[in-house]
Write a protein that binds this ligand. Structure first.
Ligand code: SF4
Length: 282
């Protein structure tokens, strides 16, 4: 650190919200990781108004660039990446690929390069079915593999880059089960400070669980996250785990035009993973 300073390791609970910037602040101040209303750059660590103590919170990946920018100037960062998204990013890829791993690539690199070249694509005999970026953003489908890995492009594809993690599913996967597991994780990890988040993630999880168990629904399920509702963190938005993710190929049993059509085997034979095959995720 220039001019000195103190480096402190903050150890915290094994909870999703410990990674949220205001949840992290709470832990550093000795409390559970419950997100705050004010962002750290407005009201920071140990703020006692009128001392707002604005605090900068960045991840290690961002901070790792700082010494190089100081040593080589800002143009160094722009030797990689795009105009809007300069530099590189560390991408994690796991699931149905030959080589799971962590790869650093210039922002703007094609998703296809990450999936097919670096990770080796799906195992022999399998085809790509869907990729969930950023943990639980809207799925990317095989025909979208040429999307550039940058924030704007992924947003325009109605998905998101998130922290650069990609979970790959081949054509033997049941995406209902994948969506249910993702939704259940978000429900469990929701801290409950915002009722819309806890209740909606619970409803979505219940619906997906019923579908995963083969239930026939009388009404088209709504899997949207709460809209026009103020919440303290963005966890609830991830509850849209099943929305827009799937190509519309098949009908759910008993459901007319469902947003879950084509989730993989529903109504037309469950995939190996739905019928006692290997589990997806945790
Ligand atoms: S959005 Fe959900 S996880 Fe975030 S603070 Fe509100 S209840 Fe907690």
């Amino acid at each position: 650190m220039i001019g000195g300073g103190v480096a402190v390791d903050a150890l915290g609970p094994d909870l999703y919200l410990f990674g949220e910037e205001t949840g992290l602040e709470e832990v550093i101040e000795g409390r559970p990781p419950l997100p705050r209303v004010a962002r750290p750059f407005i009201q920071g660590l140990f703020a006692r108004p009128p001392a707002e103590n604005p605090t900068l919170v960045n991840n290690v990946e961002t901070l790792a660039n700082v010494p190089h920018i100081l040593a080589h100037g800002p143009d160094w960062l722009r030797t990689n990446g795009t105009q809007a998204a300069p530099g590189t990013m560390v991408f994690t890829i796991c699931g149905d690929v030959r080589r799971e791993g962590v790869f650093e690539l210039p922002l703007g690199s094609p998703l296809r390069y990450l999936v097919e070249e670096l990770a080796g694509g799906p195992p022999d005999g399998q085809a790509l079915k869907a990729i969930f970026p950023g943990a639980s953003n809207t799925a990317i489908l095989p025909e979208q593999l040429d999307l550039p890995l940058d924030f704007d492009a992924m947003r325009q594809a109605r998905s998101g880059l998130g922290a650069g993690g990609f979970a790959v599913f081949d054509d033997s996967a049941c995406l209902v089960q994948a969506a249910w597991r993702s939704s259940r994780f978000l429900f469990v990890e929701s801290c409950g400070q915002c009722p819309a988040c806890k209740l909606r993630t619970g409803e979505v999880t219940q619906t997906l669980q019923a579908l995963e168990g083969g239930a026939r629904l009388r009404h088209q399920p709504s899997l949207d996250p709460p809209k026009r509702t103020r919440t303290l963190s963005c966890l609830h938005r991830s509850a849209a785990v099943a929305d827009h993710r799937m190509p519309h190929q098949e009908e759910l049993p008993g459901v007319g035009s469902s947003p879950l059509r084509g989730l993989g085997g529903i109504g037309g034979g469950w995939s190996r993973r739905c019928r006692g095959g290997r589990a997806i995720g945790g």
